[in-house]
Design a protein. Structure first.
Length: 257
């Protein structure tokens, strides 16, 4: 910290002192009020009765916040460039310290100019943000469209795969059903042939039994007829013999008479 450096308020610093927004701590407000564009750092330290380190810290915070700026350096060294991220005062407020000018009016003019510039910058940033959001939305919509198309394609592929599997299963089921029907029909035909063969065999057996029965009945009838004829013949022979014997006996008796 160069104690010969002179600081001046920026428009923001002047408005802070005037409006008393309460954004700064009391020790920073105290230092800011002492800055007049004439007193160097050593004089500010003497007036504030603060330490060199505290003054250095306060000046650094006020400079970064855009409330003060380096006005001149009596030591002959070039004013230090504002650090990165520090407040940059586009309008040189030190001109407001010239005689005949109202510093507060100049600060207000500077503030309005800065406010207008900030508004333009904000509008540009908002436009850029909207364009970025629109681009992101379009990208998201495209991604969602691609994802949806991929999902629909996957769903369609799964549907076709299921239909193909169902069709194949149906064909296989129908083929097995036809094979089973053909086997059943063949089994029924074979069973019908077996039953027909058994029926014919049974009929043939019945015919044979009936023929055998009829043959046996005929043979029995023929045997009975033969037996009856033999019996009648024997009976006739016996009758003839008895009659012949009776005739001979009578003839014999007649001869004896």
């Amino acid at each position: 910290m160069d104690t010969k450096t002179i600081y001046s308020k920026t428009g923001k610093g002047v408005l802070e002192i005037k409006n008393k927004t309460g954004k700064l701590a009391r020790d920073l407000i105290k230092v800011l009020a002492l800055i007049d564009g004439k007193s160097n750092v050593a004089e500010l330290i003497a007036k504030s009765r603060t330490s060199d380190a505290d003054m250095d810290r306060s000046l650094s915070q006020l400079s970064i916040g855009g409330y003060i700026k380096e006005f001149s350096n009596t030591s002959g060294t070039a004013p230090s460039a504002p650090s990165e991220g520090s407040y940059v005062d586009d309008l040189d407020f030190t001109s407001s310290l010239a005689p005949g000018k109202n510093p507060y009016q100049s600060a207000q003019t500077e503030f309005r100019q800065r406010e207008s510039a900030d508004r333009v910058k904000a509008e540009q940033e908002a436009k850029k943000k909207r364009e970025e959001e629109d681009r992101l939305k379009k990208d998201q919509a495209l991604r969602q469209g691609r994802d949806e198309a991929a999902r629909l394609g996957k769903v369609e592929a799964e549907r076709k795969a299921k239909e193909a599997a169902a069709f194949k299963l149906r064909e296989e089921t129908e083929r097995k059903a036809k094979i089973e029907d053909a086997a059943m029909a063949q089994t029924q035909r074979d069973m019908a042939k077996i039953l027909e063969a058994e029926r014919k065999a049974l009929e043939q057996t019945d015919r044979k039994k009936q023929q055998e029965t009829e043959r046996e009945a005929g043979e029995n009838a023929e045997r009975r007829n033969r037996e009856d004829a033999d019996r009648r013949r024997r009976d006739g022979e016996e009758l003839y013999k008895r009659e012949e014997d009776e005739r001979r006996r009578r003839e014999e008796e007649e001869r004896k008479r």
